[in-house]
Design a protein around this ligand. Structure first.
Ligand code: HEM
Length: 156
């Protein structure tokens, strides 16, 4: 009887240990992962991905992915932001990501200039005024030249 209690205590301790070594899903505070840490999880039974500097454990999603397991495995343990965006995933797909979120990519491992910033500097707003200004100037010039031409013809 005493033995039974001892073994159940042991099992309980084991459970606690497993809980601690598992990917943390803490309520308080965000967990930061180094790139090397993410890289270890690069197989079909243990798959992590980085998308937009966030880390996802997609192990349970592998077989469910509508685009197939293969494409995910190719990106396993790495930054899949570009391939994820290239496919043009739906809003539903983006919302699905939340379920697999486990933390953030460590600040030291983030790229210095994010794609977002590049997009902002080349946004349409800064270019749009030049697209109508040049034809307008051209039209005014043609108008002025036409007036001069007509005046000269009248006087001669
Ligand atoms: C955890 C991350 C991902 C989630 C939650 C996800 C989810 C989805 C979903 C819901 C679809 C169905 C179409 C849609 O709703 O957009 C889809 C399609 C697809 N995904 Fe993903 N995806 C993920 C990562 C990736 C990555 C990293 C790649 C590329 C390497 C990829 C490649 C594709 C392809 C090729 C399709 C099929 C598109 C088509 O047939 O039109 N996905 N994915």
């Amino acid at each position: 009887m005493g033995e039974e209690t001892e073994s159940s205590v042991k099992r309980e301790n084991q459970d606690v240990k497993d809980e601690n070594t598992r990917a943390p899903e803490e309520d308080s505070g965000v967990k930061y992962y180094k790139r090397e840490e993410v890289q270890i999880h690069n197989m079909s039974k243990d798959t992590w991905l980085i998308i937009h500097d966030k880390v996802y454990d997609i192990t349970s999603f592998m077989e469910e992915h509508p685009g197939g397991e293969e494409v995910l495995l190719e990106q396993a343990g790495a930054d899949a932001t570009e391939s994820f965006e290239d496919v043009g995933h739906s809003t539903d797909a983006r919302e699905m990501l939340q379920q697999y979120y486990i933390g953030e990519l460590h600040m030291d491992d983030r790229k210095k200039v994010s794609k977002k910033e590049v997009y902002i500097t080349t946004s349409k707003d800064t270019r749009s005024w030049t697209t109508w200004l040049i034809p307008t100037i051209a039209a005014v010039l043609v108008g002025v030249m036409y007036r001069y031409y007509m005046l000269e013809h009248k006087s001669s």
